[in-house]
Design a protein around this ligand. Structure first.
Ligand code: FE2
Ligand code: FE2
Length: 308
């Protein structure tokens, strides 16, 4: 059974708090606490039971199958990207607790990739023996916004950090893209929508079990990002401005990743949820995290915010 959104905030991620007011007062978990939480929350991607999923998948209509294959593709390839584009941040650790937490996160991302790969092989049937071939086939589903965010912005930010792990600017930039845009705004929004639909319709129970565990890990990752950005940007206007600029540039790109294949980018629907509802969910969570960090999305008096 999935945790409620309030329970998930106990992972240290203020994005799921029901009250915006509480976000600015929440005590954020530090990397040592997040590491200890990780030790208590182990799970195994290869122990999830997909037998009911396989039966249900065989009875899906072609349209449903197309839809879910598309919906899950961004997660599968996204998890592969955030696993392989991680090493710059590990090099940029500032103390032992941060290093320990970051090492756990890279393991989490590899586990998430394994989970999606297993689902694609054992339920969807993309089971070529080569990883590269499986990834290339799933990639065919993805749009240009995905490539701009995951193959360009994330890869370049990781390379800048590898070139100079002591650069706080490069670290703030990387954490903003990875934790605030990719995990916090994009992944957790898509995850919430898909899981809600599948749970209400009692579909794909193995997938839902694993996906809820992925989401619990993701909230822990976003909690680290919120803690880190508060330390660095909360009281440094220049670093805060760097973070704001990145968010304003990439939030519309993240919004583009969610647009289903062939749909009107301004007026689409996913599993009965409208673009406006999905954007509102994403925007609310982001606003709470930014409240906790102490940096608004736009500088005061500069406008009305950027919708995703
Ligand atoms: Fe992940
Ligand atoms: Fe993550």
């Amino acid at each position: 059974m999935a945790e409620t959104l309030e329970e998930l905030a106990l992972q240290g991620d203020p994005g799921t708090l029901t009250s915006e007011d509480r976000a600015s007062k929440i005590q954020l978990l530090n990397p040592q606490q997040l590491y200890e939480l990780w030790e208590k929350q182990h799970w195994l991607a290869h122990e999830i039971d997909f037998s009911v999923d396989r039966e249900q998948w065989a009875n899906f209509s072609d349209e449903e199958r197309d839809y879910f294959t598309w919906g899950m593709s961004g997660f599968f390839i996204g998890e592969e990207r955030v696993t392989t584009q991680f090493s710059g941040l590990l090099m940029a650790y500032e103390d032992e607790s941060e290093e320990a937490f970051l090492a756990t996160q890279q393991v989490d991302e590899a586990r998430h990739t394994q989970f999606f790969d297993r689902f694609y092989r054992e339920v969807i049937g993309i089971d070529d023996p080569k990883w590269e071939t499986r990834l290339a086939r799933v990639r065919e589903e993805l749009n240009d916004s995905f490539a701009e965010l995951f193959d360009k912005a994330l890869v370049e930010a990781n390379q800048r950090l590898i070139s100079d792990p002591s650069s706080i600017e490069a670290k703030v930039d990387y954490v903003t893209i990875y934790r605030m845009v990719i995990e916090g705004t994009l992944a957790l929004t898509g995850q919430y929508t898909m899981t809600d639909y599948l749970e209400k319709n009692e579909l794909l129970p193995g997938f839902v079990e694993g996906f809820n565990k992925v989401a619990r890990d993701e909230h822990r990752h976003v909690a680290y990002g919120t803690w880190f950005l508060k330390q660095k940007c909360g009281s440094d206007p220049e670093l805060g401005a760097l973070m704001q600029a990145r968010l304003q540039e990439l939030l519309p790109v993240a919004g583009g990743v969610l647009v289903p294949k062939g749909a009107d980018p301004n007026d689409w629907e996913m599993l009965g949820y409208t673009a406006a509802e999905i954007n509102e969910f994403a925007f609310k969570a982001l606003t709470r995290r930014l409240k906790a960090i102490g940096v608004p999305l736009v500088a005061e008096h500069a406008g009305n915010g950027v919708a995703v």
